[in-house]
Write a protein that binds this ligand. Sequence first.
Ligand code: A3D
Length: 311
Amino acid sequence: MGRKKIALIGGGQIGGNLALITAQKELGDVVILDIPKAEGMTKGKALDIMQLRPHDGYDVNLTGTSDYKDIEGANVVIITAGVPRKPGMDREDLLSINIKIITDVAENVKKYAPNAFVIVVSNPLDAIVYSFYKVSGFPKNQVVGMAGALDTGRFRTFLSMETGFSVQDIHCMVMGGHGDTMVPIIRTANVAGIPITELIPEDRLEAIVKRTRVAGGELVKLFGNGSAYYAPAQCAMEMAEAYLLDKKRVIPSAALCEGEFGIDGYFIGVPALIGAGGVEKVVEFELTEDENSALQDTYEKVKKTVAETGL
Ligand code: A3D
């Protein structure tokens, strides 16, 4: 039994970081694939990280390519191919470009890595992961979108910044579409089990929820020429790790719902059990009336974007 193989489709900001942290975790050999024009860049990143290994002590191999044959037999495929947002853009503005790209990627992944667990990161996330699922015909447990992990992590970060408590002890969950209509479930937020509402006044909590919803845009503005990449890479790696090590983690992720939470036939942010079976289950729980109506709003938005894919 050789090492596992992780294929990164898109070797840009998130792809490059993913290559580094996936290798550092020794999850498997890493193949970075990008368009032919960017092949040198993929090879350069792979070689640079190979040369980091003597200082860090991990033994996996990294390669760069623009040839899908090189991803053959990959256990995990993480897709970041596409364009990121620029200031003033919504994630939905990326749809027309990224839909063409995901169609090409899905056909190739289907051909060369039909058994891989696929984690989609490209935006608009909920529509792009849906498109991958439709074009590839993969079973639903084999396809997931990374977004809820990041949105939840951002919420945790802001709660930690506000309280001064370790982010490690702060838990919460953000559901819904990956956009400004996402649904932070405040009721679930706690510090080591202590409800957050006992620790932060209501108006401050509201401000934090607001900041969480537009956290991606805050970074787009700061960068001026692209979107977040360190934290998104870490989140996607965590999902790959949960699959490869059969960790049975519950990670908010865009999973295909078939009736769960009243959502049917769409990928949307829900708590997903990730283990060796991929998305083994959508973990359902009772929502309050307000939470449910917020989830329905985000559901409508996702449906609208998905309709624009024409798939
Ligand atoms: P960027 O640094 O531009 O990297 C994208 C890479 O994709 C580039 O190197 C392109 O050359 C490559 N690419 C383009 N077309 C193809 C193709 N057909 N096949 C293979 N590779 C291709 O962007 P990034 O890494 O910063 O972001 C990547 C994507 O992730 C964007 O769509 C972002 O909007 C999205 N993103 C999602 C989240 C979520 O939480 C869902 C967070 C941050 C970014």
